[in-house]
Design a protein around this ligand. Sequence first.
Ligand code: BGC
Length: 887
Amino acid sequence: MRKHLVLFVLAAGLATLPAAAAESSLTGTWALEISFAAGGSRGQTCALQQSGVDLSGSCVGDDGSTLDFKGQVEGSTASWKSESEWSGNPITMAFKATLTTPEELNGTFELLPMGMKGTFSGRRDPGGQAGYDAALTRSKTAGATSFPAAPPAPVAQAAAPFASAAVQAKVDALLARMTVEEKVGQLVQLPGFSGARPEATLRKGGAGSVLWLNDTKEFNRLQRVAVEESRLHIPLLFALDVIHGYRTIFPMPLAMAASWDPALVERAQTIAAREARAAGIHWTFAPMLDIARDARWGRIVEGAGEDPFLGQAMAAAQVRGFQGTALGAADRVAACAKHFAAYGAAEGGRDYDSVNVPESQLRNVYLPPFHAAARAGVATFMSAYMDLNDVPAAANRFLLRDVLRKEWGFQGFVVSDAMAPASLITQGFARHGRDAAYRSLAAGLNMDMASGTFSRHVAGLVQEGKLTMAQLDEAVRPILAVKFALGLFDQPYTDESRMASVLNDPAHRQEARLAAQRTMVLLRNEKGTLPLRKDLENVAVIGPLADSREDTEGSWILAPHPHDAVTVLEGIKAKLGAGARVSYAKGPEIRRDIPSPFDRDPKPAQTPAEAEQAFQQALATARAADTIVMVLGERQDMAGEAASRASLDLPGRQQELIEAVVALGKPVVLVLLNGRPLSINWAAEHVSAILEAWEPGSEGGHAVADVLFGDVNPGGKLPVSVPRAGGHAPYYYAHNLTQAPETAPGFTSRYWDGRSTPLYPFGFGLSYTSFAFSNLKLERPEIEVGETVGVTVDVTNTGEREGDEVVQLYVHQRAGSASRPARELKGFERIHLAPGEKRTVRFSLGPDERRYWSSAEGQWVLDAERFDIWVGGDSRATLHTVLTVNP
Ligand code: BGC
């Protein structure tokens, strides 16, 4: 078994001396059998030495490693703690045991902070014969194939400077001087709506943070009040949603995930952080890490899509980008992993609706990106709005304490989503505001975003003893620690003179263009329609999104700035130059049927007559051109928060328009601008080239033109499956195989009114060149359950252009303690190959990739089973081999 499990096992051999056996001594050699709570057992040989009430010992495991311990026997029980390390992280092992006879002992153990538990028993073994190997042999003989696995590693100390001893000492000193009211103030985040006058509150130390304000001068003015006019001079933390750029806008996060390029994602968020910090923002409410398998849910655009493995890579990259290697780095901001957790599984894809997911799905699918962010050192978390399995996330003790703090060892702080503490009443959970404040704070929430519930009730709860001072201190402590780690006590103000040069740094726009290029996914390209020739003379660019700066940028742009994104029309014009005729028609406008609460468009909707006129004009424009580029999809307010849909069709009259334009018989290219997968079934059969450009940001139009005209060879891949209809949602590739798999004869369709396969599969994307995969090899065909194996594959560029391929590794476990998905992504790498070039790509498949939470075992397990392995360019990869994992 892997080393940390061995360490754990080794450390578990301790005992106590009950009064009844007081004369007995534990001194001697013992064979111990360790039983994990979830089943399965291990053994090892331990030499123990008892002297009075002191106990010491050392155990030897199968890999020859040893672990020493010391303990104490007190009366009839002995409590035991042993400090060790696990993958570089400190862990504490706590034991209790009873000597039942002078020859036998048994007890319980717990591994902290993970909370992994079990029991052990031992017998004297004078010859030292029954060691680890014998125990393992016993397991093998008994036919065990499912083994308890160590949980994913917790947060390493080095990743969390806000938890360092130096910072904690400062926090302690400050806390000792704070009144209850000042402590409560730190838990309060004030809405910075324009016109708000929070000065009196700040002077009293009544707020720890302000959000939704975005004015550098005002930041400095308010900070001066907090720092210079309050008793304890505690600086404010200014927070804003900087989701995909501040001044320079990058593609939306779903698009960034389509790059399959974590280094690019990290660079983009580094730039976002640099600009935001220059403007005075300390803390961004990003990244959003909600796995989304339901394209109807509007917020799918804010995350990395449907897959937890890709999601983890994107989570860690974004945290590194925002925060740097450790919180407090210059030009960086604190990040916030949101919305904890499983918000993306909203019933019916309706935003804010309840979520019901079993623990196995939670741990295998929805939590891993959050855990990756915690391990990357994210300073804060945001609890989600909805209730998870009937308990609202803002007061969900299981999420906020058991998982986040105890298992993962997270030491930053948790902010609620906006108004969420107050919503506990609406959600039928809390009786009133006081109850809401008590239950959310007691459950582990630190900061109340804008609802005023904490500011109204927490001090009273402490005064009447319902909340203890220790609970209050526990809530305040990490907020102060993050402020210290960010350096705000030393430098609370923002240098207003620096901002313009940072925000207008041309290197930022260049990176935004590169990012947009790398996020584009070529969905269809019949008969080499693309790339288009650069000597085209007469092109029509048509569609409601073709010249829309706002929709090119995408949603969540809170920084006040001129919307100056390059549109697709502008990008094409710039590419073709003055010699070409580039005509444009918008066609009928598209609008939400029910306006958005965040609506920015004050114009009245088109009348049907105006829409018809626009339709005819678009058709006439297309008719007069030789080549037509249609830019269709969704407006930015059709995806995002409060932007769910029942249908995944092209909204408005866009479908009708594209059918009419294609009927003209001219070359047509469809460029999609959208934040969610769209069921473009008709276009997928009738339009010869389709480019998924997402919401591509400031440089989007240039990037689209770069791809359309072949200056860039597209290499993005879908981070979500594209379903054929809204009725197919939720849809994802990593589903379990069931009694009648789709592939079984006679069961080719699950619906009688259409195919149930995706229109485009997860991981899919074309290129202007082609790639071949060959020589898939396992470095060893058989391994033991705790071992790692290398998987190699040769990838060759078989076409005539240089290009990128995203090499993807998928795994399927054939049997186990619980059913496993048909396929799961377990490795990927985006590579660049010249024509004819061949490269060997290597992946590593170890316990981290094979471990899963088993519903049957109620535990993390590793199974000794056979595994199908495929490598290829999307989730339908066919190059296959089989790995055998032995007990
Ligand atoms: C959203 C969060 C966001 C917060 C602050 C909420 O409505 O759900 O994602 O960070 O507002 O703007």
